[in-house]
Design a protein around this ligand. Structure first.
Ligand code: GTP
Ligand code: MG
Length: 551
């Protein structure tokens, strides 16, 4: 490879591939390719006001990178893209045909109104164009009448009633190395031409203006008026071509009408000129896309800021309810109601648990009764855990409803979609944990490690009531069923019973607390997106800084 020089003339070998093709500095190509990847990967998870605009900017940026900058950096020797654009009926197709001296439409590629763009190039440039992404959306025609080094594109109307025409035309402009804007004597005062020209200026794109269908008598006035307007907009250097009105006619314009345009294009196509047009537009677009990337980065930052606010609001919203859920468990909410009345029935004089606790007689009945109690406890704790979960969800929903932060409403869906399913398994897990705590005690593990007497007492309790039954007793005592606590004290002593019950109560309280906190889980999951991370905008900003350093 020879040193990259974007203005160096191209030497093309017999295959049409250049031996000595100027290549963009690899680092610039890499930087633009990196930028493109990060622009494409950018997402806006929160429904903020500016999201649609930002997505539009993102698409525009990608079009510009894909259709113009990247192909240009990869293939500096590809022909300069000359896009002929303007309003419908301005005479774009007529002018392109007249420049070629033949109706490209005669080949059947043009309709009365251009919908599919036509790209005409010199046959020798075919290979250099083959990989260009625009080839997919245009009809490609090779004609020796086109100066080498140029590809002239007849675009659909820019301000079309047809959305597809509009978007194609704008996409072509993003891809262009040179804009040729065609308007008419009667329409050049419209807003469109000037908006488009301003855009080209802002992007640093090379351009020319063709004023078509100028009546002879108006020629002088129109010319001076236009020159004044161009000068006022800092566009004095824009080449201006006036094409006289041909009157009612079909087909091509007289060749002398378009001769100045053809001369100019041929000049522009000269190797040095074409390269400098290309290089100028490329510099322009590299500079012009900076504010776009900035805009995207800012939109990402707005998402991050909203995420920070929403996260704080949602987390704040569940703290109180979670604390209350814990408090409710510790103050005996699970023991109230069915659990207590069932115990009263079972432990009453005629109940299975009524005839003392440890005798051999009636042991089967006692185990069955404890199983029934376990069922009641599971049911009651499930109810409390579900309520805790719902309280969390409700608090989150309310926080979102009342939130002044944009994007809050869009998160409601996440809360509504989540089904409160967890408490079932959590209730069973808690009962299992109660049994495990007791078994730990019996095995000499846990808080009272080393208390041999307590371990023996616990072992005896497990043997008497069965592991599950003893666990149930512990769970019942833990949720505040006083009578069971008395039994537990008889079995383990005052301190042992209190500590074990407190441990198991805290376990359930923690589960209730966590259930409430889990009410915020769906929102938390949405907000945990990488696209909302603190440094989400910094990637784009970094790409921008690298690009600034290279241009
Ligand atoms: N009277 C008159 N008609 C012209 C002149 N130049 C072009 N036309 C006619 O204007 C009509 C529109 O011209 P086109 O070349 O199809 O216009 P266009 O800009 O390509 O239009 P779209 O493809 O719809 O965007 C055609 O019927 C042309 O023959 C002119 O100088 N005088
Ligand atoms: Mg047309």
């Amino acid at each position: 490879m020879t040193p990259a020089d974007p203005t160096a003339p191209t030497v093309v070998d017999g295959t049409g591939r250049s031996e000595d093709r100027p290549s963009a500095k690899a680092s610039l190509l890499d930087a633009v390719a990196d930028l493109r990847r990060d622009v494409e990967a950018t997402r806006f998870p929160l429904a903020l006001d500016d999201v649609e605009a930002a997505r539009g900017r993102q698409r525009q940026l990608l079009d510009q990178l894909d259709d113009h900058l990247l192909p240009r950096l990869r293939e500096l020797s590809a022909p300069a893209m000359v896009v002929v654009a303007g309003s419908t009926g301005a005479g774009k197709s007529t002018i392109v045909n007249s420049l070629l001296g033949e109706e490209v439409s005669a080949a059947g590629v043009l309709r009365p109104t251009t919908r599919r763009p036509v790209l005409v190039h010199h046959p020798d440039d075919s290979e250099l164009l083959a990989d260009h992404p625009l080839v997919a959306i245009v009809d490609v025609v090779a004609r020796p009448g086109v100066p080498r080094g140029l590809a002239v594109i007849d675009a659909p109307d820019l301000d079309s009633l047809l959305a597809t025409n509009r978007s194609t035309a704008h996409r072509l402009l993003e891809a262009a190395d040179l804009w040729v804007f065609v308007t008419t004597a009667s329409r050049y005062g419209d807003a469109l031409p000037w908006e488009v020209l301003d855009r080209a200026t802002a992007r640093g794109t090379s351009m020319a203006m063709i004023l078509n269908r100028v009546p002879d008598e108006a020629l002088l006035t129109v010319r001076s008026d236009l020159l004044v307007r161009l000068r006022e907009r800092g566009m004095a250097a824009v080449p201006l071509f006036l094409v006289p009105d041909a009157g009612p006619h079909e087909g091509l314009l007289a060749s002398r009408s378009v001769a100045p345009i053809l001369r100019w294009l041929t000049m522009v196509a000269g190797p040095d000129r074409a390269r400098s047009v290309i290089a100028r537009t490329q510099r322009g677009s590299l500079t012009a896309l900076r504010p776009w990337v900035d805009e995207l980065a800012e939109a990402v930052q707005a998402q991050v800021d909203a995420r920070v606010a929403l996260q704080a609001q949602v987390e704040q919203a569940v703290v109180g309810p979670a604390q209350r859920a814990l408090g409710a468990v510790l103050s005996g909410a699970v023991a109230d109601g069915p659990v207590r009345s069932r115990w009263t029935a079972l432990a009453g004089r005629h109940g299975a648990l009524g005839g003392g606790w440890s005798g051999r007689r009636g042991q089967g009945d006692r185990v069955a009764a404890l199983t029934t109690m376990a069922g009641e406890l599971a049911q009651a704790s499930r109810v409390v855990l579900s309520a805790a979960r719902r309280a969390g969800e409700l608090a989150v929903r309310r926080a979102l409803d009342e939130s002044p932060t944009p994007g809050a409403a869009g998160l409601r869906g996440a809360v509504e979609d989540a089904a409160a399913t967890a408490p079932d398994s959590d209730a069973a897990a808690w009962l299992a944990a109660a049994q495990r705590h007791l078994e730990d005690l019996a095995a000499g593990r846990g808080a009272a490690t080393g208390d041999r007497a307590l371990a023996r007492q616990a072992t005896r309790l497990v043997r008497t009531a069965g592991a599950a039954g003893a666990g149930t007793l512990v769970a019942a005592a833990a949720v505040g069923l006083g009578a069971t606590h008395v039994l537990l004290e008889q079995a383990l002593g005052g301190v042992g019973a209190r500590e074990l019950a407190a441990l198991v109560a805290q376990d359930l309280g923690d589960r209730a607390h966590d259930q409430t906190m889990a009410g915020a889980a769906p929102v938390r999951a949405t907000l945990a997106s990488d696209h909302l991370a603190d440094d989400a905008a910094s990637r784009l900003r970094l790409r921008l800084a690298v690009l600034k350093g290279l241009t």
